[in-house]
Structure formats: structure tokens, C-alpha cells
Design a protein around this ligand. Structure first.
Ligand SMILES: Nc1nc2c(ncn2[C@@H]2O[C@H](COP(=O)(O)OP(=O)(O)OP(=O)(O)O)[C@@H](O)[C@H]2O)c(=O)[nH]1
Ligand SMILES: [Mg+2]
Length: 515
């Protein structure tokens, strides 16, 4: 920002700038130039070594960018008015004390808010002369350079009126074909062979007859415009017209193409731009909706659906107390030893297979997977949606099912090894709520959680260790077979009577036959 306006700051690759009288004179010279098709020169930062040029900022970027935007529909009225803007700006430069530009190219034609093309980076010959020569020059940036200048020892430090006309012809080619200079040649070459930019420059320098120039297909523009382009990039500078000549010819070419006045023209450009924007917005919204769907799905996998919905609305999710839920903990016996003798990739693959096996089993029950830590699983039923007494039955059935599933599970890198699951379940009250703002997690709190976890750690491999509280609920269903384990001492809890869940009677109960 400079004096409240956004400006372009172009750093100068020069370690020490000699602010000679000539430099001061040319700075004054460029500051005095005013034309609606010239970018206003604001000044130079002479704070060694941060030398930089400050110029007016044009919001719509360079002509090069505009032409490259595929989504931007650029009709011929728009193209002609862009050419006209460049012509006006360049004619003004040629008629001024600058005499020529020297670095005319499509990146030095920028577009302002009203779609007016403005020429930038003009003048300051003595400043540019001091720019470090050892910095590498991108050969593509020389595509606009006339052959006579390319042949000079320092092409970037020269320039002439006729050289500018050649550059203008290259810009015309860009506007007509909408592709960068020599883009076609670089891609396919003449015999479908890719030509390197250096080689393209060599061919232009050679001055063959006919001269080597970018390709424009006959049907891409009118014959008159094609003739104008050819004249402008003539090999002999003397054969190239002046901007004054071009203006006359161009008027003839565009006659009838557009008889709109300025305001109509501007409105047409705006309308086109707005249409393009609409199309762009539509495309962007589509991908946005897709992305949103993906994040929503992810969120719902990490949090219970209703919690996710509330959080998305920006609502606070209050912690909720549940009178009775059943909590399941499981652990794989010998997992640590198995991991120790496997490579990290093997462990990841193994866990991935295991989670897939677990998750596909869990899907069949009214349960919520609270978390997984390594090989440990914590699952709950009866929350976030209450389900009467069914939580104990759901968890019991899940446990029995998982024992079978894990029994059939094959460890990819140890197919002979059998996995041993240890399960502990317990029922009781608990509180559930969302903790964490950045990474919200739905957590359970309360003694029931600790007890359930202890039930697992005090259990045995391939067995389901059930607390007295869970057994009491299971008994209501009258179908579960449990055997007493005896009284065991749980850390911090004293003695507790616990059971092994052996199975469920699946013989269907006879329905009373109705008459
Ligand atoms: N949006 C916007 N981009 C600009 C403006 N002025 C310059 N640019 C862009 O900034 C980029 C860097 O510009 P420069 O450092 O001048 O490089 P260049 O124009 O490729 O080459 P030279 O001018 O010969 O040094 C180019 O893509 C310009 O088109 C402007 O006013 N607005
Ligand atoms: Mg530039």
C-alpha cells in the first residue's frame, strides 16, 4: 500500500544502484507520462539493497493471465478493444521522449478494473542497464524480442521503435490464438518434435526465408489481420509499419466489427466477465459441496451424528447423563510382542485389517464406537440414543460375534498365528459430552468406564468377562448363558462377583399360533 492505494512493488536485481544524473532525469521523465493506457509510475525505492520500482496496481492481472484463463470467454469485440488499448498506449510511448518501450510483452500489458489494457515497465533505460547481468534470463521471456535485438550481446538492454512493433506482432498472435508465443512449436514442433525455447530463439536469430515465426492457422483470424501481423514481424525492421500506420489499418480491420460506443463496449465486457464469474462460481460451488459432503461424512465418523449436526450449527453440545449404559473394552493378548517382532508397515497393515474386521461387525449392532487406542477398542451401547435395557444385549451379542470374527482373522504376515481377544463388559451410569474445541471428541466419563476397563484387564484371553451389573440385565432376556468366575479383586473397588459370558440360546422361541 502506498498513500492508501495498492501498488505493485517490483524488486530490482541490483546490488548497488548508481543514482546518476541520467537516472534522475529518466525517473522524472516516466513520472511525467500520463495516458489512460499506461500504468502510472509512482516512484522508486532507493533503500540499498532493496531497490524497487513502484507502479499503479491493475486488479485483473496481466494480459497473459487473462488469455490463459480457459474459462474466460473472450470474443472478438473484446480482443479488438484490447489491441486498440495497446496501440494507443504504445503510440503515446513512441511519440513521447521515451521513444520506445524495449520490453513490450503480454506480461507487461496489465488489465485494470474497467478492462482497460495498460502498458507497464516502460522506460528507465539507465536503471535497467545496471541490473545484474549474471542473473539467469528465462529464454521464454525473449520470445517477444525482435531478431535484430536477439543478435545483440545483451538483448535485454536494447530496444527500438521497430523492435516494439515486432513485440506487438507477437502479442497479436497471443490474442488471436489465445496461446503463448511459440507455444504450438514448443509442444509439437513442425514434425511433432518438441522444440526447446533456446532452439526457437536460434531459429528466429538465423533470419531464414521465410523467417521463423509462431504459427497462426488461417481460420483463426481474418486475412487482413493476418497480413498486419506478418508485416509487423517482418524480418527487416524497415518493412515493419509504425504504430500510426497500424492504427489506420486496424481501424479498417475492425470497421463493422464493432460500432459500439465506449459505454456499450464497457458494459459488454462487464457482462461477459460477470457471466464467466457465474460459471466459475457454479463450478467452484459444485466442488465445494462435494468437499463439504466429505467433511460431513468424516465428522460423523468421528462424532455421533446428532453431536456433529449440533456442532456444525455452531451450537454447544451439553454433557448428558445416562442412567444405564453398557460399556465394552477389548484388547488383543500379545499385541505388544507381535508388534515388536513385526515391521512398522506390517503393524499398520495388520491394524488396518483388524479395524476393518471390527468395524464391519460393529455396524450390525446398536452401539457407538467411542475410541480405539492401538489394539484396544472401546464401544458403548445405550447412548447417545437411549435404548432401554437393550444395551446389555447388544454388547453381549457383539462380544460373542467378535470372538468368532477374531477367531477367523488371519494376520497377513503371520498366517499361522491365532489372535486372542480379551473382552470386559460392565453396565452402569455415565456422563457423555464433547470435549475439545479444535478437535472435538465425544467422551464418556464416570466410574462405569473405569470398571469396564478393569473388567477387560482382569479377564482372560478368548473370554468375555462380565460384571454382576451386566449379568443382572442380561438375565432379564433369559437367553444368555453365563458361568460364575468367582469373586475377584478389582483395584480400588474391592471384591466383585463376576461372570464369563458363554453364549446365547438362539433357538427361536415358539410364537403363539393365532387362530
Ligand atoms: N495483477 C497485476 N499483476 C501485475 C501488475 N504489474 C505487473 N504484474 C505482473 O507481475 C508479474 C511480474 O512482473 P515483472 O517482474 O515485471 O516480470 P515480467 O513482466 O514478466 O518481465 P519484465 O517486465 O521484463 O521484467 C508479471 O506476471 C506481471 O504481469 C499489476 O498491476 N497487476
Ligand atoms: Mg513486467
Amino acid at each position: 500500500m502506498y498513500k492508501g492505494n495498492k501498488v505493485v512493488v517490483k524488486p530490482l536485481r541490483v546490488s548497488k544502484l548508481n543514482l546518476s544524473r541520467q537516472v534522475m532525469v529518466e525517473l522524472k521523465q516516466v513520472r511525467e507520462l500520463t495516458h489512460e493506457n499506461l500504468v502510472r509510475f509512482i516512484g522508486m525505492c532507493v533503500d540499498e539493497p532493496n531497490y524497487a520500482l513502484l507502479t499503479e496496481h491493475c486488479i485483473r492481472g496481466s494480459l497473459r493471465d487473462m488469455l490463459e484463463k480457459d474459462a474466460m470467454n473472450i470474443d472478438w469485440t473484446f480482443r479488438y478493444s484490447m489491441v486498440n488499448d495497446i496501440l494507443e498506449g504504445m503510440k503515446y510511448i513512441h511519440d513521447s521522449s521515451l521513444e520506445f518501450h524495449g520490453r513490450l510483452k503480454s506480461t507487461n500489458c496489465v488489465i485494470d478494473g474497467r478492462f482497460m489494457v495498460k502498458i507497464t515497465d516502460y522506460g528507465l533505460k539507465y536503471v535497467h542497464e545496471q541490473i545484474d547481468l549474471d542473473t539467469e534470463i528465462n529464454p521464454r521471456s525473449l520470445f517477444w524480442m525482435a531478431p535484430e535485438h536477439l543478435r545483440e550481446p545483451f538483448p535485454t538492454k536494447t530496444g527500438s521503435k521497430k523492435g516494439d512493433i515486432y513485440s506487438f506482432a507477437i502479442i497479436l498472435q497471443e490474442i488471436i490464438t489465445r496461446s503463448g508465443p511459440f507455444r504450438l512449436e514448443e509442444r509439437h514442433g513442425t514434425n511433432k518434435v518438441v522444440i526447446e525455447p533456446e532452439e526457437i530463439l536460434n531459429r528466429v536469430k538465423m533470419g531464414t526465408t521465410p523467417p521463423y515465426r509462431p504459427e497462426i492457422a488461417n481460420d483463426e483470424c481474418s486475412a487482413e489481420l493476418m497480413d498486419l501481423v506478418r508485416a509487423c514481424w517482418s524480418e527487416l525492421p524497415g518493412c515493419r509499419p509504425s504504430f500510426a500506420d497500424i492504427k489506420v489499418q486496424f481501424k479498417k480491420i475492425t470497421k463493422g466489427a464493432s460500432n459500439q460506443n465506449f459505454l456499450d463496449n464497457l458494459l459488454a465486457r462487464m457482462e461477459q466477465y460477470a457471466n464467466n464469474l457465474e460459471q466459475l462460481v457454479e463450478e467452484k460451488s459444485k466442488s465445494l459441496i462435494e468437499e463439504k459432503k466429505k467433511t460431513d461424512e468424516l465428522l460423523c465418523q468421528l462424532l455421533p451424528r446428532f453431536v456433529a449436526e449440533e456442532l456444525k450449527k455452531g451450537n454447544h453440545v451439553r454433557p448428558e447423563a445416562f442412567e444405564c449404559v453398557t460399556i465394552f473394552f477389548s484388547d488383543i493378548v500379545g499385541f505388544t510382542a507381535l508388534s515388536a517382532e513385526s515391521t512398522p508397515m506390517e503393524v499398520v497393515d495388520f491394524l488396518n485389517d483388524l479395524y476393518t474386521c471390527f468395524d464391519s461387525t460393529i455396524e450390525n449392532y446398536d452401539v457407538y464406537k467411542v475410541e480405539t487406542i492401538g489394539d484396544a477398542y472401546m464401544v458403548v451401547s445405550g447412548l447417545p440414543v437411549k435404548n432401554g435395557n437393550e444395551h446389555a444385549r447388544e454388547i453381549a451379542r457383539l462380544s460373542l460375534d467378535l470372538l468368532v470374527a477374531i477367531g477367523n482373522f488371519k494376520i497377513r504376515h503371520r498366517p499361522e498365528r491365532k489372535l486372542k481377544l480379551r473382552i470386559g463388559i460392565h453396565s452402569g451410569p455415565c456422563v457423555a459430552g464433547v470435549v475439545g474445541l479444535r478437535m472435538p471428541r465425544y467422551c464418556l466419563f464416570g466410574d462405569t468406564v473405569n470398571t469396564a476397563s478393569r473388567m477387560e484387564s482382569n479377564g482372560e484371553a478368548l473370554k468375555i468377562h462380565v460384571s454382576h451389573e451386566t449379568k443382572t440385565i442380561l438375565d432379564i432376556f433369559g437367553k444368555f448363558r453365563l458361568s460364575a468366575r468367582g469373586d475377584i479383586e478389582l483395584k480400588g473397588k474391592g471384591f466383585m462377583r463376576t461372570y464369563w459370558l458363554e453364549g446365547e440360546d438362539t433357538t427361536p422361541q415358539k410364537e403363539p399360533i393365532s387362530e
